[in-house]
Design a protein around this ligand. Structure first.
Ligand SMILES: NC(=O)c1ccc[n+]([C@@H]2O[C@H](COP(=O)([O-])OP(=O)(O)OC[C@H]3O[C@@H](n4cnc5c(N)ncnc54)[C@H](OP(=O)(O)O)[C@@H]3O)[C@@H](O)[C@H]2O)c1
Length: 296
């Protein structure tokens, strides 16, 4: 028997938030959405440091997904928004949670970029952080919740890999050229890609809501990272299209600059040790099945 929980979720209107709200409701949980817009049940203005205090009252779990999109050219202003939308929003939530008599658990999105841009060996949650702008963002994002951990509140940080979806993210951008038959590996194709299907990511969040043992760093990826070459071949197979047009790394750098280097060209093989140890079961542990489920 699952005990129904009251859940506050930020970024509920996003790629992950929408199916997560549905899944939580389907499990009998009560969900309230905290948004910058009227679409939410409660509102906040992160830039102005304002949060409706009623949003956090009588809540069992806060899930924090909100943040400025990373998929844009990284001007100085964009980088400032990417960082502050995550760090300042976390600080606002932390302040509100600490004021509650019964403090809700705090489950936050984070990214595998915590481990840097390129790692020769596979990494798990015990691995050290790495270099790059996004690594700095994730460190500060997770670090902003430290007062909660210090106060004994259950906190968990979902270091999320490449989420497979046709509605947004890396796969959605790859689909058009691949469907046209002009897709191919990027650079030498040897860079590792750590991915997760959207339904598995949603299920992992639900698992974390319902299992108090989920704490600390959680790598939200499938068990087997693949090289870009394997990802390319598998995507071509699923779409029934050739993948003979490699895209030179220099083109990605020219088109997307620093953002391209830290996302599309990054080389990170991440192992989900925490989820495996806690008994989480992936519905799509293999890339081909996950792509089939996502695309067809
Ligand atoms: N999708 C991925 O591949 C991936 C990979 C690694 C990590 N993540 C992280 O997981 C989280 C959820 O991802 P997602 O793909 O669902 O994100 P998303 O679709 O971009 O949605 C994020 C939500 O955050 C809110 N938001 C956007 N800009 C904001 C700003 N400047 N200040 C405050 N709130 C803002 C919006 O909600 P409202 O309009 O309702 O306020 C938006 O719906 C993100 O923090 C993301 O960085 C995602």
């Amino acid at each position: 028997m699952i005990s129904p929980k009251n859940i506050l979720i930020t970024g509920a209107s996003g790629l992950v938030g929408q199916p997560l709200c549905k899944a939580l409701k389907a499990r009998g949980h009560a969900v309230r959405r905290l948004s910058r817009s009227e679409r939410g049940d409660f509102q906040w203005d992160v830039t102005a440091g304002q949060l409706d205090p009623a949003a956090v009252q009588d809540v069992d779990v806060v899930i924090h997904l909100a943040g400025e999109s990373v998929a844009q050219r990284w001007s100085d202003e964009a980088k400032a928004r990417i960082l502050s939308s995550r760090v300042e929003s976390t600080k606002l939530l932390v302040g509100a949670i600490l004021q509650q008599e019964e403090r809700p658990a705090f489950i936050s999105a984070s990214g595998i970029s915590f481990y840097g841009i390129d790692r020769e060996r596979l990494v798990d949650e015990s691995s050290a952080t790495g270099k790059g702008f996004l690594a700095e963002v994730t460190r500060q994002w997770e670090g902003a919740a430290q007062p909660l951990t210090d106060a004994g509140v259950r906190t968990a940080f979902f270091r999320t890999g490449i989420v497979l979806s046709t509605k947004g993210g890396a796969l959605a951008k790859m689909l058009t050229p691949f469907k046209m038959g002009v897709g191919g590996r990027i650079g030498d194709g040897q860079q590792k890609m750590s991915w997760i299907s959207l339904p598995d990511l949603v299920a992992a969040y639900v698992f974390a809501v319902e299992n108090e043992t989920v704490r600390g760093a959680v790598n939200a990826v499938a068990p087997k990272p693949v090289t870009n070459q394997v990802f390319t071949k598998t995507l071509g197979k699923v779409l029934g299209r050739p993948t003979i047009f490699p895209l030179p790394a220099g083109v990605i750098k020219a088109l997307f600059g620093e953002m391209g280097k830290e996302t599309v060209l990054s080389d990170l093989g991440v192992i989900p040790q925490t989820l495996s140890d806690l008994g989480f079961e992936w519905q799509q542990p293999e890339l081909e099945g996950a792509l089939n489920e996502t695309i067809t």
